[in-house]
Design a protein around this ligand. Structure first.
Ligand code: NAD
Length: 505
């Protein structure tokens, strides 16, 4: 990756011990606007000493933070959610500039994270133990959900607001301290959110940020003072992180890659379903882990194909900050080249290219990483376009005769992140819900990301670790249960015990 040497380009800071500081690293990477190739900032690959300093600060802060009253901790997140709301437009603009998604999608990215912050402000209701009275004569047993210590989070490029906010608010609200490693491709909105967290009152050391790539991530997995690692990103990296972190004795949860199928029955609401399919396959340029890049048309739903292509053609490809944009640029040149190459492979492997979005004309943005909506039909499960996670605005259409065949097809795919069924039949939807082996299931809902009252899930190749981020499950992830069995003796002077009855004066 080219690195700008211009001193006029701002640098992304580390956050260590409450101070936003310049890294001493000799290794920097450019943060690039994917619509224009403008270098927006330079981000450092933090040194091992900087990671050590961040962890040491978090470790020291934990000693007092763990004993801080629940109300004091959660009140910070009440203030934080207000600051995020007040700065929503600025956050969305930063996010669109560095990531490429439309301003509306950027606001959605921030908003879905904001919901987790709101949930963090109510953690007191969730971090409660249990008690059994008189488990033996005069004996009670109760549990305490105590924080683990220093926890760490590693986040991907595609939701640079939402996914960091899945992590540090819940970890901190439950009494842990945190080291965050944002995506090096778009760290700027994450840092603005971190600044707002500090403004809301997160104490020095409780939240720290280091930047970098593979070496910093490996350093986090290996660090003896980090107790838990939360990762969101690709399957290859997530599998590595899970193995490395758990071998080093840490708790780990890894939310990973996807290949989500929508199953369309012929009785589905036609217009609503076509809109949902186009929005979820091509929106955010297909760079959502919950996008629907595979459509399985069941029986006569096969006849919808022309309408689907027509719908895709109505979408506008342009820079994310331009009004009426539906499909923004891909994150990088490397991503553009990868997706373009996979489309070519799809053609060579015999899929039928119904709509070719390569090299779209985008006036004013000749350098952008654009690719328009692309649709393949006659796709088979052996083809690369089906097997690979494309992470671009490319839709693969398969057809089957029955719902059972569709369910079997979805369940054979190694990924199990999300899926959706479109139908007017309650019985068919319930059958699908019962038999599908996928973490998030939508019924006439294309991108069923759960609200933070629930946890994000995932099955098979899309997730490692038992517990998900946010929701009730993350309270378990970020705490350890201590079980206390207690006996208190009644004072009985006749039996020789000292009468310690306290007399209030
Ligand atoms: P990525 O795996 O390339 O990067 C994720 C993080 O890992 C980044 O912080 C990056 O710096 C770090 N990293 C990259 N290469 C590494 C290496 N070799 N060793 C150690 N660390 C490394 O993912 P991405 O491209 O940023 O994000 C897209 C991927 O994330 C897609 O696969 C998508 O499906 C997935 N994703 C999953 C979910 C989910 O909840 N399941 C949500 C969002 C994104």
């Amino acid at each position: 990756m080219a690195t700008s040497k211009s001193p006029s380009v701002p640098t992304v800071k580390l956050l260590i011990d409450g101070q936003f500081i310049e890294s001493t690293s000799g290794d920097w990477q450019d943060v690039i606007n994917p619509a224009t190739q403008e270098v927006l900032a330079r981000v450092p690959m933090a040194t091992p000493a900087e990671l050590d300093a961040a962890v040491a600060s978090a470790k020291a802060a934990f000693q007092s933070w763990r004993h801080t009253a629940i109300g004091t901790r959660t009140r910070i997140f009440l203030k934080y959610q207000q600051l995020i709301r007040e700065n929503m437009d600025e956050l969305a603009a930063i996010l669109t500039a560095e990531q490429g998604k439309t301003l509306a999608d950027a606001q959605g990215d921030v908003f879905r994270g904001l919901e987790v912050v709101e949930h963090a402000s109510a953690t007191g209701n969730l971090q409660m133990g249990e008690m059994a009275n008189n488990v033996a004569a005069g004996v009670d047993t109760y549990t305490l959900l105590q924080p683990l210590g220093v926890c760490a989070g590693i986040t991907p490029f595609n939701f640079p607001a939402m996914i960091p906010l899945w992590m540090f608010p819940m970890a901190i609200a439950t009494g842990n301290t945190f080291v965050l490693k944002p995506s090096e491709q778009d760290p700027m909105v994450t840092m603005r959110l971190v600044e707002l967290a500090m403004e809301a009152g997160v104490p020095p050391g409780v939240l720290n940020v280091v930047h970098g790539g593979r070496d910093v991530v490996n350093g986090i997995c290996d660090h003896e003072d980090i107790k838990a690692v939360s990762f969101v990103g690709s399957t290859a990296v997530g599998t590595h992180v899970y193995q490395r972190a758990t071998q080093a004795g840490k708790r780990a949860q890894c939310m990973m890659g996807a290949k989500n199928h929508s199953v369309v029955l012929p009785d589905a609401h036609r217009e609503q379903t076509l809109n949902a399919l186009a929005g979820s396959a091509f929106g955010a340029a297909g760079q959502r882990c919950m996008a629907l890049p595979v459509v399985v048309l069941v029986g006569e739903a096969d006849q919808w194909l022309d309408d689907l292509v027509a719908k895709a053609k109505t979408l506008t490809v342009n820079a994310g900050h331009e009004p009426d944009t539906d499909v923004g640029p891909l994150i990088s040149r490397a991503a553009l080249n990868r997706v373009t190459g996979l489309i070519e492979t799809g053609v060579q492997e015999g899929a039928r290219l119904l709509l070719d979005g390569r090299n779209p004309s985008v006036p004013g943005y000749p350098e952008g990483n654009f690719i328009g909506p692309t649709i393949f039909s006659q796709v088979t499960p052996e083809m690369s376009v089906y097997r690979e996670e494309l992470f671009g605005p490319v839709l693969c259409v398969l057809r089957v005769d029955t719902l059972e065949e569709a369910i079997a097809l979805v369940n054979r795919n190694p990924n199990g992140n999300g899926t959706a069924i479109f139908t007017r039949s309650g019985a068919a939807a319930r059958h699908f819900q019962e038999h599908i082996d996928v973490g998030q299931v939508g019924i006439n809902v294309p991108i069923p990301v759960p609200v933070p009252l629930f946890s994000f899930t995932g099955s098979r190749g899309s997730k490692l670790g038992d517990l998900g981020p946010f929701g009730k499950q993350v309270i378990t992830f970020y705490t350890q249960t201590k079980t206390v069995t207690a006996r208190w003796f009644d004072e009985d002077p006749a039996a020789g015990a000292v009468n310690t009855t306290i007399t209030l004066k």
